[in-house]
Design a protein around this ligand. Structure first.
Ligand code: FAD
Length: 382
């Protein structure tokens, strides 16, 4: 029987666990990450890849706590993409150097002056000369804002954060069991002793906290996303805003393995579409896109929907949490990033809770399974 002595065992290999493991590894911590299925295969690979700077949360005309907490995130990720950050994302692909916000009509005066205000300086500007091709159509009228938020190809981010020899495919609570301070792999020759265990299992964290006797409630906020695969030439990365403080639709564009593009549609379309059947949701999305972008012909697009929950620490009224969440209970740290973008912030919080590194770097014994990186969700569904 091999026994691994770790500084930190991380359970769950979505963006939160991967970012944290890479950061700790770079700082000399002995870590192992355990993933039940594929790396990033739940929420992370289903995300739109927008590294928010918070402007979307300012749509009610105020800089909320959420908008301020997240403001530093684009800079943190850009440093990682240059190889100068907490983790090395030089192998990851940036899909767009900006995310946009447009309104099909003219914005209310209050919002227009808020966008022009000092509070948002550096976060928002109005592109006169270099509008993205899709907004250069003469039929486009309304206001367009460029946000200092990048959009990433998430599958390439996940691949960049893979650490061969330090990631194990096993399901905690199932074939990896905790008893008397030791984790045992029931179908392999392995025991793990860890000074700290970090739960970054997304929706799976709820069952794990129960099994470990921790009282940290979770909430699920469901979405029904829509995707369309087509040959329309121009990409779009934008929130369309209307009268509400939530975007009517948030559309990002992703490369499909067959060379076509996939438009991935979230925002109000996805939030309000949870009760619709897939067929009804596709019909609704076609209508919304037709109204918001009437000059765009998606022609013979192939459509699909995806029902998925966002897993977060429970808030009263099921509202969106403002920040990343990390809570230590004894030797266990329970985490939800609440946003892909906030994984960097989450790793700051966890690092502040850890003692200095003490163990020797480990490598998994030969023959134990390592998790693959998830396939892009559009390649799975379309
Ligand atoms: P997950 O990615 O869900 O990873 C958890 C992992 O734990 C999974 O791989 C799972 O297999 C594993 N696991 C579960 N149970 C166990 C167990 N018992 N043992 C071992 N492993 C286990 N955020 C943004 O910042 N920008 C966006 O554009 C954006 N778009 C989004 C779009 C959608 C449709 C959704 C749903 C979310 C979006 N988000 C976005 C939010 C973001 O995706 C999530 O906050 C983030 O991906 C959560 O990461 P995670 O690592 O906590 O969870």
């Amino acid at each position: 029987m091999t026994t691994l002595d770790l500084d930190v065992l991380i359970i769950g290999g979505g963006i939160a666990g991967l970012w944290l493991q890479n950061r700790l590894h770079n700082q000399g911590y002995a870590t192992l990450l355990v993933e039940a299925d594929t790396l990033g295969g739940k929420q992370s690979v289903c995300s739109q890849g927008i590294i928010h700077g918070g402007t979307k949360y300012a749509l009610n005309g105020m800089l909320t706590q959420a908008a301020n907490a997240i403001a530093a995130m684009p800079g943190r990720w850009q440093a990682a993409l240059r190889g100068e950050g907490d983790v090395d994302l030089r192998a990851a692909r940036q899909l767009s150097d900006a995310h946009y916000m447009w309104s099909s009509g003219s914005l209310g005066g209050k919002l227009t002056s808020f966008f022009a205000s000092k509070a948002l300086r550096g976060r928002v500007d109005t592109p006169e000369a270099d509008k993205p091709a899709i907004f250069q159509d003469p039929a486009f009228r309304g206001s367009l804002y460029r946000l200092n938020e990048i959009v990433l190809d998430v599958p390439s981010v996940l691949r960049a954060l893979r650490l061969p020899g330090r990631q194990l495919r096993a399901r905690a609570g199932d074939n990896l069991i905790f008893s008397d301070g030791v984790w045992t792999l029931t179908d392999g020759d392995l025991q793990i002793r860890a000074r700290r265990t970090v739960l970054t299992a997304g929706e799976g964290t709820e069952a794990l906290t129960r099994q470990l006797g921790l009282d940290i409630p979770m909430q699920r906020r469901p979405l029904q996303m829509v995707m369309a695969k087509h040959r329309y030439p121009h990409p779009i990365y934008a929130h369309c805003i209307g009268a509400s403080s939530k975007p009517l639709a948030t559309i990002t564009t992703h490369p499909h393995q067959d060379g076509s593009q996939v438009w991935y549609i979230g925002g109000e379309v996805a939030e309000s579409g949870v009760e619709r059947s897939s067929t009804e949701q596709i019909a609704h999305a076609k209508e919304v896109v037709g109204k918001l972008l009437p000059w765009v012909d998606l022609g013979e697009a192939e459509w699909a929907t995806l029902s998925i929950n966002r897993a977060e620490p429970r808030q009263s009224g099921l509202v969106r949490p403002d920040t990343a969440y990390a809570q230590a209970v004894g030797d266990t740290i329970v985490c939800w990033p609440t946003k892909l973008a906030l994984s960097a912030d989450l790793s700051d919080q966890v690092l502040a809770m850890l003692p200095a590194p003490g163990g020797d770097a480990i490598t998994l014994p030969a023959g134990l399974p390592e998790p693959d990186v998830s396939l892009p969700i559009w390649d799975q569904l379309l």
